[in-house]
Every structure is written in C-alpha cells, then in structure tokens.
Design a protein around this ligand. Structure first.
Ligand SMILES: Cc1cc2nc3c(=O)[nH]c(=O)nc-3n(C[C@H](O)[C@H](O)[C@H](O)COP(=O)(O)OP(=O)(O)OC[C@H]3O[C@@H](n4cnc5c(N)ncnc54)[C@H](O)[C@@H]3O)c2cc1C
Length: 472
C-alpha cells in the first residue's frame, strides 16, 4: 500500500503531535506515524506525566508527615501500591486517549508502526498489525525522541536494575534503593521512592546535584531534600555493579568515602538519555548527525536534507517536552512558508521535587563561563509572608540582571511551586523586562510570586521585607 502526504511526521511525542496538530489546523494534509496506539511519546507514557502523578502523591506524603509540626497527626500512611499504579495509569490513559481524539477530530492520517526513510521523499512503515505501507511525502518532520542511556557494565540485564521506564512501573517499593545519577530524573524518581518508604542512596559523579543549575539554588535544594534520603554521595563513581541473585552489590570510587562496598535491593540508573537515530534509514537521506549523535538542524529546524525537518530530543539542546513542542511549531510554520525561527530567549527547566527547582534564561554559571557581566539579586523565602504561612521558608528566588540596562537575563527559583513561578521569569526574559518592570508590577499578597517582585526590589536596595541597602 502506498500513501501520498503533504507532511509526514515520524514520532508522536510532544514534538511530533504538536507539529501534526498545528499543521492540520493550518490546512495541511498530515500523516503521523508512531509505535503507540495514541500519540504521547516519552512525555505522556514514560516521562513527564506519569512521574508527575507520583510526585504529586510524594508531596502529599511529605506534607502529611510535616503536619505533625502544626498539631495534626495523620499517623503512618498505608500505601496501596496497586491502587497508586492504577492512578498513574488512569492519568496516562486519560492524556493519551485525549491526544487520540484530537488526531481524529483533526482528520490526521495516523499510522501505528515503525517508520524508516527509503530516500529523501519516501518512508517505509512496518505497521504494528503486521502490514507494510509506503508513505511518499512533500515534507517530513523527524521527531523520534530519546531513550535512557545505557553504559556498559552499569546497565546489566537484571530485574533488579531499572531505568526510568521500569521505575515508573512501580513494581514494588524496595527497602534499599540505589539511584545512579543526581540529575533531574534521578532526583525526581528517587524522591518518589523515598517518600513511599525506600531508603534511597544517590550516587553522583559531579561535585553537585542537578548539574547545570546554579550552586546557591542547588545548595538550598540539597539542604532541604537531604533528610529524605539515606545518603547523597557526590564526586563518586559506581565502579562495579553486580546482581548477586538476591541483591545488587556495588563498588564505589571517590573521595572521603566511609564505605566502598554497598548492597541494595534495587538500582535505578538515571545517567541521561540518548537520541533515537538508529534504524531510521538516515543513511538513505542527506541528514547530518553531530559528533554527539544528534540530528543537526538550523534555526528553522531544517536538516541538511531540505525537505526533512527534525525536532525535540533527537536535536541538540535541553531534552524537554516544551522545547520539543516549540520546535515542532517552528518547523510547521517554516513548511507553511511563514517567516519564523527557533530562537527562544529562555527555555525553562523544572525539577518537580519537593522543594521544586526552576530556572530560565542565563544562569550565573553560564554568565561566568561566557564572561557576561551580571548582577545577581536574591530574595530568601524566610522573608516571605506566604512562605511562612506554608512553613516553607527554605526557598530562594534570584534574578540575573544586566547591570547596564537592568534587563532580566535569568531567573532561578527553589521552593514549593517554583515550577509555576518560573513562568513569570520566562515571560520577563522573553519580553525584555527590566528590574523596574518587575518591582513596579503589583503582585497579589500574600503569594510566593511576591518573591520575584522583592528580588527585583533587592536589586535597587529597596526591598520591603529585607533590609539590604544598596552598596555605594
Ligand atoms: C522520567 C522522565 C521524566 C520527564 N519529565 C519531564 C518533565 O517534567 N518536563 C519535560 O519537559 N520533560 C520531561 N522529560 C523529557 C521529555 O519526556 C522529553 O523531552 C520529550 O518527551 C521529548 O519529546 P519528543 O517529541 O522529542 O520525543 P518522545 O517524547 O521521546 O517521542 C518520540 C516518539 O517517537 C516514536 N518513535 C521512535 N522511533 C520511531 C519510528 N522509527 N517510527 C515511528 N515512531 C517512532 C516513539 O515511540 C515515541 O512515541 C522526562 C523524561 C523522562 C524519561
């Protein structure tokens, strides 16, 4: 069977389905190909959405525990793991059946199967029902995403060793859990298991958790989150990992280690993700890959094969759902002949732990690396009335400001709700707001958003709730 289509999209994750929906709304005839019954990709099936369902529950468990400080005792929580998993599955099903409905409403030709390029204008699809289909396209968007990175020796074939997809299955709550990697996924899933009762040890090679985030933000985060974990070992490497049949035994290498041999019930390997570029027939096209194995694109999301675009995790840049969908929209608009480019001033990053961590735009680390002169203005949440009402004075809001123009270049926030609060910072950066704009905008009281306004006031030495006169 052979189909002709104006636009073929390979991969129905947040990049691919967003692109397909916009293209259909703009009047294009679209074919979307994915292995799953409905679009959603990593984000909806094995990433953002299921992890946030569990993190919501983890936050509730933390708050129930903290409630004893306010005179309320809920007692020890009873966890029905099957019901919890069913809740996660319900959330995933509701979201993915929703994307399935939207495909039908937009009359998109959805093919469930695995696509690969035959040449620069044709795809061959091995359909899940066993059939084969050829799709001839005018333009294509490649959006096949990423999968967990596997490091030989660390990722052994054992039911006790999990990647993020396995961890989200929540088969059981291991008594002792090792998390290899203190990045976003490791900290999020580690937090889930810790709040469900696992004794979690995190091993991170770098000197700090959440590599990429500013040190002051990470310091507040680590101080707050550390008591929930058994151990957090930084500058430490898992040199050996072995399944004994009844446990996972590991050997560690690093400085000042009290013990180098540890034993766990299970291990979660969360050391990053790799782009899915194999088995796609890329060699039959003129697409170029970077040295790191990502598909090379320009600011129009166009590959070196002019009719083929690429978006999301298979391209360079942060592996985030909203980056994938934003690129998807750009690619479609370029195909539609609009004058657009992918050049965001800020892509927010959020860690949905408790406390949450969020940043957007320039970080202090990047400013230093790039030799950009900045001023940093910080507002500690100990001075926020709203944070006090929540008994959560452990937060911090910081602004990275251009001292010449007072323009907001970056925002970093740690504290509950940071993931929502960062939207104001992202908008400020995109709209080229300056510190005065933020300090003069009336923020509702009492809210955590006031910390953004007061961080701007700190810059002028005029914060209402913090006495920090401007140095002459
Ligand atoms: C545990 C976890 C938590 C995460 N949390 C967040 C978060 O909170 N916020 C956030 O922004 N990001 C988060 N991410 C990252 C986010 O999921 C990805 O950045 C995002 O899904 C990338 O979108 P994409 O469209 O590029 O690819 P994907 O979502 O990976 O989708 C690619 C799709 O292509 C399909 N495919 C692959 N090969 C073929 C082929 N040959 N033919 C047809 N189909 C194919 C796949 O089956 C898949 O459905 C998380 C990831 C993980 C693992």
């Amino acid at each position: 069977m052979s189909t002709k289509t104006q636009l073929a999209i390979i991969g129905g994750g947040p990049g691919g389905y967003t692109a397909a929906f916009l293209a259909a709304d703009l009047g294009m005839e679209v074919t979307l190909i994915d292995l799953n019954k409905n679009p959603g990709g990593t984000c909806l099936y094995w990433g953002c959405i299921p992890s946030k369902a569990y993190l919501h529950v983890a936050k509730l468990l933390n708050e129930a525990k903290e409630a004893s400080n306010w005179g309320i005792n809920f007692g020890e929580p009873k966890i029905d793991i099957d019901k919890l998993r069913a809740f996660k599955e319900e959330v995933v099903n509701a979201n993915t059946s929703g994307t399935g409905q939207l495909v039908k409403q937009r009359k998109i030709n959805y093919i469930q199967g695995k696509a690969s390029f035959v040449n620069s204008t044709t795809l061959s699809v091995d359909k899940v029902d066993g059939g084969k289909e050829e799709v001839v396209f005018e333009n294509a968007i490649l959006a096949t995403g990423s999968i967990p990175a596997h490091i030989p020796g660390l990722t052994i074939d054992s039911p006790r060793v999990m990647d993020s997809t396995d961890a989200l299955e929540l088969e059981d709550i291991p008594n002792k859990l090792l998390v290899v990697g203190g990045g976003v996924i490791g900290m999020e899933l580690g937090s889930v298991y810790a709040s469900l009762g696992s004794k979690v040890t995190v091993v991170e090679l770098m000197p700090a958790l959440l590599p990429g985030a500013d040190k002051d933000i990470v310091k507040v985060f680590q101080k707050s989150i550390e008591p929930k974990f058994e151990k957090i070992l930084l500058k430490t490497k898992v040199a050996k990992l072995e399944d004994t049949g009844s446990s996972i035994k590991i050997e560690l290498e690093g400085e000042n280690l009290e013990e180098t041999k540890l034993e766990f019930d299970k291990a979660l390997i969360s050391i990053g993700r790799t782009p899915v570029t194999k088995g796609l027939g890329i060699e039959n096209t003129n697409i170029n890959l970077s040295d790191r194995g990502f598909v090379q694109t320009d600011d129009k999301c166009q590959t070196s094969d002019p009719k083929i675009f690429a978006i999301g995790d298979i391209c360079e840049g942060p592996m985030l759902a909203h980056k994938a969908s934003a690129e998807g929209k750009v690619a479609v608009e370029v195909i539609a002949g609009h004058k657009v480019a992918f050049e965001p001033a800020a892509i927010p990053g959020v860690v949905y732990t408790d406390p949450e961590v969020a940043w957007a735009g320039l970080t202090e680390i990047e400013a230093k690396e790039q030799g950009i002169k900045v001023k940093v203005s910080r507002f500690p949440w100990a001075a926020s009335g709203r944070a006090r009402t929540m008994d959560r004075s452990d937060g911090l809001t910081k602004l990275i400001i251009d001292p010449e123009t007072d323009r907001i270049l970056g925002v970093g926030i740690v504290g509950p709700g940071a993931g929502e609060l960062i939207a104001e910072g992202t908008l400020a950066i995109e709209m080229a707001a300056n510190a005065k704009d933020l300090s003069l905008t009336i923020h509702a009281h009492p809210t955590l958003s006031e910390t953004v306004m007061e961080a701007a006031e700190v810059y002028f030495g005029l914060a209402t709730h913090l006495y920090r006169p401007k140095r002459k």
